[in-house]
Design a protein around this ligand. Sequence first.
Ligand code: ZN
Length: 341
Amino acid sequence: MSLIIDCHGHYTTAPEAHNQWREAQVAAHKAGQPAPLYPDIPDAAIVETIEQNQLRLLKERGADLTIFSPRASAMAHHVGDEAVSVSWAFHCNNLIARVVDLYPETFVGVCMLPQSPRATLTASITELRRCVEELGFIGCNLNPDPSGGHFDHPPLTDTSWYPLYEEMCRLDVPAMIHVSGSCNHGLHATGAYYIAADTIAFMQLIEGDLFKDFPSLRFIIPHGGGAVPYHWGRYRGLADMLKKPDLANHLMNNVFFDTCVYHQPGINLLAEVIDTKNILFGSEMVGAVRGIDRQTGHYFDDTKRYIDNLEISVEARQAIFEHNARRVFPRLDRHLARQGR
Ligand SMILES: [Zn+2]
């Protein structure tokens, strides 16, 4: 029997004490004071928030497992300084580890990194190593724009990112390219900033030759790859104009898109344009769009339904639901094998 693995879930319903500590941490930083001690959060608070939300919906919708990371919009790398990010990432990742420990059959961890606009990646590398080697996480979320909406960071192909990529390759973990909250009032976080950043990241990769230097590096571009699949001809044509290899060889051995596209025609297009091997099932629930589609009567983010409706082979569907995730996240594959799955 095959598994249904949701590659994109965040702890958007974390216990209130966790969120309150973050507010206190940021306020203390602004006041030039040390942050208060992180609160003692009982297991019961985690159980309540998970069972009423992610676990309930997972069961209702028929998925088996979620690759779970801290709330992306709350990473807020542009807030405070590097020390603030280090402490926030540490506590957010530990909370994910506790969810995984409570529900080892249902959740596996992906970490956020303590990025900060003016910091090097040293702290991010240290935290990635801790999360993978000590907490058993299988990947990370990498923010291509820690400025929070100004896009003034070097592109993902810049060598300043290379120390992190070296560590990702050594640990054999992929990154989901994922921005956080927007501090730019012209950029709505989940409607504009996320989708723009996905598209921008892909174009940065086209312009560079990153995977020549890192043939085993793997990125998941979420939200269906932003605008990329819809504009696939534009990007193929630009690669050609820039004298780059065909996208199949230039990027698509290393870049994957999830299925966080919240309507059937969008998923149909994704499946038609992008090779099956590059598509991973994801829903990002409970996340960006939480309502029910009045046209269908179903939740917008119930993306399994759209995959079920695709006119594709059984093998292709299994690849999207399970096998691609196990290939892109080798540590997930080994973790599941140890569980006999
Ligand atoms: Zn997300």
